[in-house]
Design a protein around this ligand. Structure first.
Ligand code: PMP
Length: 393
């Protein structure tokens, strides 16, 4: 039975603060921390190297985590590459594909900088980039993507859920359109995996970038790149762990996933991530989605009823609520929420300046929700914002 009050005992920090910043990173359950402590205290060694028992145990735990994450994403083990974060996953695709001058990338106005800058940088190689705009509530129409694709388009790179608006993109339909035109698709799943049902096989995208430290409740410094075809990109880094055979003249790469994970990986982090997906799975993704969206939509509705408060994004939002108190800087609002009630929200441009420009504001306050948040935390947020709006503006 999904019970957010019960869940909170696994997150000691929540006893002291009202944490409404899960879109940036989620809190880490005790079980994940304990799995990482077990690694350090009981069997730490390097992964994949050496025959001794600690190396074998470490490798087994690391690869078990890969199995767990692959299954959680609805994909296959060999196709599940561990990275440091969503940003690294996306950059690995930008750096790993072969680009020629005149190639074309389609992306959107509602991307996080992590799914925009890697494509904009390709302009240095003569690659053209089209940025498709969204409606005022942050939703991109797949038909606009369809129209933007040319016979030189190589890749369509789209976020699943906007971290500024909380809007959803129909990434399955966008992927279908991309494939119909013979191009590839990349889905930035930073705000969706772990917050709603997500199945890489169903979406069928060529590349899926996933954070370990958000919806999957792993530690910071973990992420995943899911590759539909493990031969579609070249590894970004080479070195230990990536090769099958080496001579002075050359090398033969290991198969995936090893060829994409050069050097000593974040072993404790990955082991923690394996525990994180186990934890999220046990809570139930359907219940998590229902709970988070209920809190977010309730907060959005009630905030929008306050005089001088403006709420952005669609009514069928994911767990993200951007807003402003008219006349106040969003950082000041965030600071007051923290100083007066220990409410932790994010403020500013959320690493998505084009989205903020669409709203024609300097930035926003952003409250975002996790499985462990409670209705009383929404009450506190709404009451405090109301006080701020009535006394300070
Ligand atoms: N894309 C989106 C939509 C995001 O919300 C974020 C994090 N705010 C990122 C990418 C970057 O994620 P990471 O910190 O895991 O690199």
């Amino acid at each position: 039975m999904f019970d957010p009050v019960d869940i909170r005992k696994d997150f000691p920090v929540l006893g002291k603060y009202v944490y409404l910043d899960s879109a940036a990173t989620t809190q880490t359950p005790r079980q994940v921390v304990e799995a990482m402590c077990d690694y350090f205290y009981k069997y730490a060694a390097n992964h994949g190297r050496g025959a001794h028992r600690l190396a074998r145990e470490t490798t087994n735990h690391y690869e078990d985590a890969r199995e767990a994450v692959a299954e959680f994403l609805g994909g296959d083990y060999e196709h599940t590459i561990f990275t440091r974060n969503t940003t690294e996953s996306i950059n690995m695709v930008a750096l790993g594909l072969d680009w020629e001058a005149g190639d074309h990338v389609v992306t959107t106005h509602v991307e996080h900088h992590s799914n925009l800058l890697p494509w904009l940088r390709l302009k240095e190689k003569g690659v053209e980039v089209t940025v498709v705009t969204s409606d005022p509530r942050g939703t991109v129409d797949p038909c606009d993507i369809d129209r933007a694709i040319t016979d030189r388009t190589k890749l369509v790179a789209v976020t699943h859920v906007s971290n500024v608006f909380g809007s959803h993109m129909d990434v399955k339909e966008i992927t279908r359109i991309a494939h119909r035109h013979g191009c590839m698709s990349l889905v930035d799943a930073a705000q969706s995996v772990g917050h709603m049902p997500f199945d890489v096989a169903d979406i069928d995208s060529d590349f899926v970038a996933v954070p370990g430290h958000k919806g999957m409740m792993g530690p910071q410094g973990t992420g995943v790149l899911y590759l539909k075809d493990t031969d579609s990109i070249r590894p970004t880094y080479l070195g230990g762990g990536t090769v099958y055979a080496v001579t002075e003249d050359g090398y033969k790469l290991e198969n995936a996933p090893g060829r994409f994970e050069a050097g000593t990986p974040n072993i404790p982090g990955v082991i923690g991530l394996g525990k994180g997906v186990e934890y999220v799975k046990a809570l139930g993704i359907g219940d998590i989605q229902q709970h988070e969206e209920h809190l977010a939509r309730d907060a959005a509705r009630r905030l929008s009823e306050i005089d001088r408060v403006e709420v952005y994004g669609p009514s069928d939002r994911a767990a993200v609520v951007p807003f402003n108190v008219i006349g106040l800087n969003p950082h000041d609002v965030a600071m007051i929420l923290d100083e007066t009630r220990k409410i932790c929200v994010r403020s500013g441009h959320h690493c998505a300046i084009p989205s903020i420009n669409l709203l024609k504001v300097e930035g926003t306050v952003r409250a975002s929700f996790g499985a462990y948040n409670l209705p009383r935390e929404v009450d506190l947020l709404v009451d405090t914002v109301e006080q701020i709006a009535t006394t300070l503006t």
